[in-house]
Design a protein around this ligand. Structure first.
Ligand SMILES: [Zn+2]
Length: 269
């Protein structure tokens, strides 16, 4: 039963990954989710055989069945990463809840129907999915969409309140996350970062809470600085060119979501 749960969660993650790919593409070309999926190159409508996460790509050797053009590696990569992150979320939440609750057991299927576990997992899976969209969209198109961050903020706030996190805690975290970027925005007169980063900071605060927001900001900056300096040294970018910071924020947020409490404990914050 233990492994069976993981396989179900992994397959669910692959499917959501496939949905996220479709969502990213449709938000970019401003198409509705109701329209059927088609090949971005030849516009041929895709059938069931083309839409099986990960496997369609492998079977067709990364090519469209109709026009034989290459399919971006983004598609299987997003599906696989979503599947893996969903399993990690599931395992970490299971451990967290079973640590608090003696009767909660990973070997007991009934445990999954624990209210706290369900809401926590729903929230984390939603957050992970949002971060994947922000990561891919910012990397590919260079900006963070308000139509992603604003509704997600509301979801994070509501689910955290249901989980019993105080509004004072969430407000503090959102102000720190957003304010951190607002300050840089004002100092640089909008040169270093965009308004999307400010909303992204607040979003991270509303999901992670205080003091986990600090862990996310810390790792985002370390990662952003390391890769930024690396790119400048290897002459891929100049000081002037914009580096999509949403990419690093998404990674920092994932690190904080999964390991934030242990990291804070290790530094006895
Ligand atoms: Zn095609």
């Amino acid at each position: 039963m233990y492994y069976f749960n993981f396989i179900i969660v992994f397959i669910f993650g692959l499917t959501i990954g496939s949905f996220l790919n479709a969502l990213i593409w449709r938000m970019h070309v401003k198409k509705s989710m109701a329209e059927r999926s088609c090949c971005p190159k030849c516009k041929h409508v895709l059938g069931i055989k083309d839409l099986i996460p990960l496997f369609s790509f492998l079977w067709q050797k990364g090519k469209c069945r109709y026009c034989q053009k290459k399919i971006s590696w983004q598609y299987p990569a997003v599906e696989l990463i979503t599947g893996i992150l969903f399993v990690v979320t599931f395992v970490i939440n299971f451990q967290a809840i079973s640590f608090q609750n003696f009767q909660f057991s990973i070997f007991n299927f009934q445990s999954i129907f624990n209210f706290q576990f369900l809401i926590l997992t729903l929230q984390d899976l939603f957050f992970v999915s949002t971060l994947i969209i922000i990561f891919v969209y910012d990397l590919k198109y260079g900006y963070i969409l308000d139509k992603v961050t604003l509704p997600a903020m509301l979801v994070g706030l509501i689910l955290n309140l249901i989980l019993g996190i105080t509004w004072q805690n969430l407000l503090l975290a959102a102000v720190i996350g957003g304010g951190f970027f607002l300050a840089q925005f004002l100092i640089s007169k909008g040169q270093w970062i965009g308004g999307g980063d400010i909303r992204m900071g607040a979003l991270m605060g509303l999901f992670l809470g205080w003091p986990q927001i600090l862990v996310a900001l810390f790792f985002s900056y370390i990662l952003g600085a390391t890769i930024g300096i690396g790119l400048i040294i290897f002459k891929k970018k100049t000081w002037k060119s914009e580096i999509p910071f949403g990419v690093f924020l998404a990674i920092g947020a994932i690190i904080s979501l999964f390991f934030g409490e242990q990291i804070l404990l290790a530094f006895s914050f």
